[in-house]
Write a protein that binds this ligand. Structure first.
Ligand code: SF4
Length: 461
């Protein structure tokens, strides 16, 4: 998975975001609202846990039989008149998309939301080659105008306040100065985008699910922008990671029932369209992309990250994401699922530690991705490779030796207890460094110790 924004560690980037306490609180609340709506939607479904179990099983089964379903999908697409392309990485993906556009002399492309094309850096690639690429999802258009990557996989502009969007629209699309009413701003965006839809020579979308038995791709949006983009021009292109494949419509219906509920608390997205062939006189292309996915499929646990249906639920519930923002991860996909798919590429080796291991993400995930287990595994992998963050490489082996030596450990604990009993907190806290910045020190028992209690009550019993 792609990383963004250089090699700053998560902690350092999060620390900068944390300086603006009001913004942190506002960000936290905005995300928690989504989590709250998700809970209400989930609770309204008596069979919610069954849906999660089924969704998980469908995805696991598909991943275990990926070659079979991809082959079936390709064959059925061809029967439906769809041109199928395969790309091993982002470079090949971009070249394929460009060659289709160049063949039709496309100058204006409208694009609906697609994290895959972000991962492959498609926009700059096409823009460099003279193609005007317009993101048509409202949130995506906002961040495109603001020259930023998405900070969330479902609500990409969640980091911006409505006043900031108003200011941006005033500068970039000529809306009224000082406007911050969401309805007004949405109408402005709609008028601006309508013109772009009419001018487009081709439409490109991401894919929520690709149904093998049908040779069809499903696209879910709340704004209908993918449908506008696909239906107006002659050429339509759908780009997908190979993990988006599902066996049949039963699987697609189960996953559709959980996707929007877990994302925004809606029963279903406003528009969910299945495209099964080109329009009359038109061309339909599907580009299937690996880009490192099969590498992660080799590991049984890490592979489960690809059960993900990109609902964003794990980001909304994550206490670290909510209070450190999407950009602090320096990864295209932030939050728990971002760590699960990107930690292997993280040169700062800090992503796997951007997690409290509270397990809330795993609890809310509609396809039961074991996110906390995967993140813990990444920590183990980094540690076995000697790639620990924050200087841990230097001192952790000594901590290990110290803790493995009973005499040393008991001596250290006794000294710490004495110090905690007699010294003021202000003097002790600096020894805890970052750990005690936002935490209180533990209180030592007035007499006795855990070691003594253990010796008396548990040892050799
Ligand atoms: S890992 Fe689960 S909760 Fe997170 S985005 Fe994917 S499907 Fe949603």
């Amino acid at each position: 998975m792609a990383l963004i924004g250089g090699i700053e560690s998560h902690a350092s980037a999060a620390e900068k975001f944390n300086r603006d306490v009001d913004r942190v609180n506002w960000h936290d609340k905005a995300l928690w609202n989504l989590r709250h709506k998700r809970d209400l939607a989930a609770e309204s479904q008596p069979e919610w846990e069954d849906l999660k179990q089924l969704g998980s099983e469908y995805k696991l089964h598909t991943l275990a039989n990926l070659k079979h379903y991809l082959t079936e999908f390709e064959a059925n697409c061809k029967k439906n008149g769809i041109v199928v392309h395969w790309a091993k990485d982002g470079k090949e993906h971009n070249e394929i998309v460009h060659s289709i556009l160049a063949k039709h002399n496309v100058k204006n492309l409208v694009k609906s939301k697609s994290m895959l094309t972000e991962e492959c850096h498609l926009n700059p690639y096409l823009i460099e080659r003279g193609i005007d690429v317009i993101d048509t999802d409202l949130g995506e258009r906002i961040i495109q105008l603001n020259e930023q990557p998405p900070s969330h996989i479902v609500v990409p502009a969640i980091h911006l306040k409505k006043e900031e969007v108003g200011e941006l629209f005033h500068r970039k699309i000529g809306s009224e100065k000082g406007a911050s009413c969401p309805t007004y701003l949405t109408k402005q965006a709609r008028a601006h985008l309508r013109q772009k839809f009419l001018e487009a020579d081709a439409g490109l979308t991401g894919v929520n699910m690709a149904v093998a038995s049908e040779g069809a791709v499903a696209i879910a949006t709340n704004e209908g922008n993918a449908d506008m983009g696909v239906n107006l021009p002659k050429v339509q292109i759908h780009c997908m990671g190979i993990d988006k494949i599902v066996p049949n419509m039963d699987a697609a219906s189960v996953l559709s029932r959980t996707l929007a509920r877990n994302a925004t608390g809606q029963p279903i997205t406003s528009y969910t369209t299945f495209y099964k062939g080109p329009k009359e006189g038109g061309e339909m292309h599907v580009v299937l992309v690996d880009n490192g996915r099969t590498k992660l499929f080799q590991d049984e646990l890490l592979a489960e990250a690809y059960k993900c249906i990109r609902c964003g639920g794990c980001l909304n519930t994550c206490p670290v994401y909510r209070r450190s923002s999407g950009f602090s991860y320096n990864a295209l996909i932030p939050g728990p699922i971002g760590i699960a798919v990107s930690a292997g590429d993280d040169e700062t080796h800090s992503l796997a530690w951007a997690c409290s291991l509270c397990g809330s993400c795993t609890q809310v995930c509609p396809t039961k991705v074991p996110l906390d287990k995967i993140i813990f595994k990444w920590r183990r992998i980094h540690s076995e490779q000697g790639k620990l963050p924050y200087g841990k490489n230097g001192y952790m082996p000594w901590v290990g030796k110290f803790m493995a030596n009973e005499t040393m450990l008991n001596l250290g604990m006794a000294s710490a207890r004495t110090a905690l009993r007699i010294l003021p907190d202000a003097l002790m806290k600096p020894f805890g460094m970052d750990w005690t910045k936002h935490r209180e020190l533990p209180k030592a028992p007035k007499t006795g110790s855990f070691e003594a209690w253990f010796k008396k009550n548990r040892e050799n019993k």
